[in-house]
Design a protein around this ligand. Structure first.
Ligand SMILES: [Zn+2]
Ligand SMILES: [Zn+2]
Length: 359
């Protein structure tokens, strides 16, 4: 066989060329000398075939990915991971938004060790993606109004909700680029969270309710009117009202005409768990019966007193308010710890309707 280029005779020709002629024109890869990529100045997502993709990737990483996408490998290699191939890329320096890059490629071709160098630039054209542009303009689709029923929100409740929001948004953000808080407004009646998307606002509300309980209510509000179409522009206000009571507080619960005096032991999205202070059994109240619950004493009104005498059926304690001796009957219904109290022990009591309940 003869090389069609130089006429040399060789046993195995490649593309009709002898080894020398083949290698003369051979290149491992090609890459444009200037690659331009549109990148969002705020979230670093890049614009590829009509879409903004891959936000929150470090600039270097963007550049390396762009380089990979633009390398055209000689077809004799199956992939950039071909065993015979080594490709090293480097960003030599950044000049403003231009990255001066370098690739060194090495390969074993025709039993010859070939290496080649490519110098080229990657230019990052800074722009703003539609999501960041909405975000920067303060765009929101819903407002979560955090309130407490008949009282002020507690600092720890606000802190807890803030924490839930940060955590939940973090998870939602992969799927919903409008999962952000555009604004947090502190009012005297509570906190308003302006949320980028309604979808995320609903998920946040569910999560808050799941952890802190409460009642929710949604209502649309007309915020402006599109002059050209005459159509209204609506946003959704979602009210979440935390209960008037907190864990540890005391309530009167009206159930089937029976008034239960109870202490709240847990609050969650689907129920309120309380302990009946007369029967010492726990029971659940569903949120639809919220209006039958009356807050009567708060946890901080619990008083401490001392056991002054004890018999198998009675504990005598000192009334923490008027210091009179009070007998409290104990029986099998009472928790074990009541039977184990000894004279001199300090115990916690709450006074409700002139009755002292041991806790
Ligand atoms: Zn030749
Ligand atoms: Zn962006």
């Amino acid at each position: 066989m003869f090389c069609y280029e130089c006429g040399a005779e060789e046993e195995n020709l490649m593309d009709g060329l002898c080894k020398k002629c083949f290698l003369k024109t051979f290149s491992i890869l090609t890459i444009p000398s200037e690659i331009v990529v549109k990148v969002c100045a705020h979230c670093n997502s890049k614009f590829v075939s009509g879409n903004w993709v891959d936000p929150f990737i470090a600039e270097e990483e963007i550049i390396y990915r762009v380089i990979e996408d633009n390398i055209v490998l000689n077809p004799i290699f199956d992939s950039p991971f071909d065993d015979n191939l080594i490709i090293d890329m480097k960003i030599l320096q950044m000049r403003g938004t231009i990255a001066e890059c370098f690739i060194c490629a090495r390969a074993l071709v025709y039993d010859e060790d070939i290496s080649e160098k490519h110098y080229f630039n990657v230019r990052l054209n800074k722009d703003v993606c539609p999501v960041c542009s909405k975000r920067n303009s303060g765009y929101y689709e819903a407002v979560i109004q955090l309130r407490a029923d008949n009282r002020q929100l507690k600092d720890e409740e606000i802190a807890k909700v803030d924490e839930i929001i940060v955590k939940t948004l973090d998870k939602l953000f992969n799927k919903d680029k409008l999962a952000y808080i555009a604004q947090k407004a502190t009012l005297k009646e509570g906190i308003d969270y302006y949320v980028g998307s309604l979808k995320s606002a609903k998920k946040l509300t569910n999560k808050i309710k799941e952890e802190l309980g409460g009642l929710t209510n949604e209502s649309p509000r007309l915020i402006s009117e599109d002059k050209s179409t005459g159509k209204g522009l609506y946003r959704i206000w979602i009210l979440i009202r935390l209960p008037s009571f907190c864990k540890g507080d005391f309530i009167r619960f009206n159930e089937k005409n029976e008034n239960k005096i109870a202490q709240i032991i847990n609050i969650s999205g689907d129920k309120i768990i309380s302990i009946d202070l007369n029967k010492y059994d726990t029971f659940k109240i569903s949120w639809k019966n919220y209006n039958d619950i009356e807050l009567i004493k708060e946890k901080n009104q619990i008083a401490k007193t001392t056991v002054i005498s004890k018999s198998p059926s009675n504990i005598q304690i000192l009334d923490p308010i008027n210091y009179e001796a009070v007998d409290i009957a104990i029986d099998d219904k009472n928790p074990e710890k009541f039977h184990n109290y000894n004279i001199g022990d300090e115990i916690e009591v709450i006074e409700i309707d002139n009755i002292l309940y041991i806790l």
